[in-house]
Write a protein that binds this ligand. Structure first.
Ligand code: MN
Length: 259
């Protein structure tokens, strides 16, 4: 047996490695992204009872569920974006499972976002982070800790104003560095999507989606509990449902974190 896995099992049982749940609850109240009304919206979550220890099934309880692929804490596959549509192994059923596990780099921009909800994580800020914690390794998950997951209710979470939603994200130059020079697995955010709220008006529109998925990288949206992770040292596991030709999937995201 691998010494590392043996130690992992021991440290999980003693609690010196913790399992941190980075997933929000998935139900009818889960907030789904809003698009301008000229585009088709994604469905929220519907849960329909099949039986609950009753005439329809006397000894068992189960439900049918209906929801969009991009609902709640969810995974964006490369094929989600037009820039990634012709890449090989870009759907939820074809991405190699090895890409679902990687070291977590957590960029804490809570202070900046408290001052400015439209804050974009800049290359300068990434450089500062790397001076302090080391270069983002190849195959890492790049996680943007904004504190946004503590916002309660749709109004506050989407933060819609007359000119559209206002929420933080990545500066496109940072997305480029992370995708091309650092070769990350992908990015993860606390907001409803991996681009900033105002990114529909950027040039190009939705630059993080465009850059990441064009480079075959992945996305994770609506994460929580990033404040429970160290800047480096945790391992993230984010395995989507194996939906045939899927563009994404709700999923349970967990991190193995040192205490
Ligand atoms: Mn998505």
């Amino acid at each position: 047996m691998s010494d590392v896995l043996q130690r992992l099992v021991e440290e999980l049982s003693t609690g010196s490695v913790r399992v941190v749940d980075l997933t929000i609850p998935l139900g009818p109240d889960t907030v789904v992204i809003d698009l301008p009304s000229i585009f088709s919206p994604s469905k929220g979550v519907t849960i329909e009872r099949i039986s609950c220890y009753d005439d329809a099934g006397p000894a068992w309880y189960w439900n049918n569920i209906s929801l969009g692929e991009h609902t709640g804490t969810h995974f964006d596959a490369p094929i989600h974006w037009i820039t990634g549509k012709d890449l090989p192994n870009g759907t939820t059923d074809t991405i190699p499972a090895s890409q679902f596990v990687g070291p977590a780099c957590v960029f804490n921009v809570e202070e900046e976002v408290a001052q400015d909800p439209d804050y974009l994580f800049t290359p300068q800020h990434l450089e500062q982070w790397e001076t302090q914690y080391g270069r983002v390794p190849s195959g890492a998950w790049a996680l943007l800790r904004t504190g946004w997951s503590r916002r309660d209710g749709k109004e506050s979470f989407i933060n819609e104003e007359e000119d559209g939603p206002h929420s933080p994200g990545f500066h496109q130059d940072t997305s480029l560095i992370l995708a091309m020079e650092r070769d990350v697995l992908g990015v993860g955010v606390e907001t409803v999507g991996t681009d900033a709220g105002q990114a529909g008006g950027f040039d190009p529109p939705f630059p993080n989606h465009s850059i990441m998925h064009g480079a075959g990288k992945l996305g994770l949206a609506s994460l929580c509990n990033l404040d429970q992770l160290p800047p480096t040292g945790a391992v993230l596991i984010a395995a989507p449902l194996k939906i045939v030709d899927g563009s994404g999937s709700p999923l349970r995201v967990i991190a193995l974190s040192p205490t």
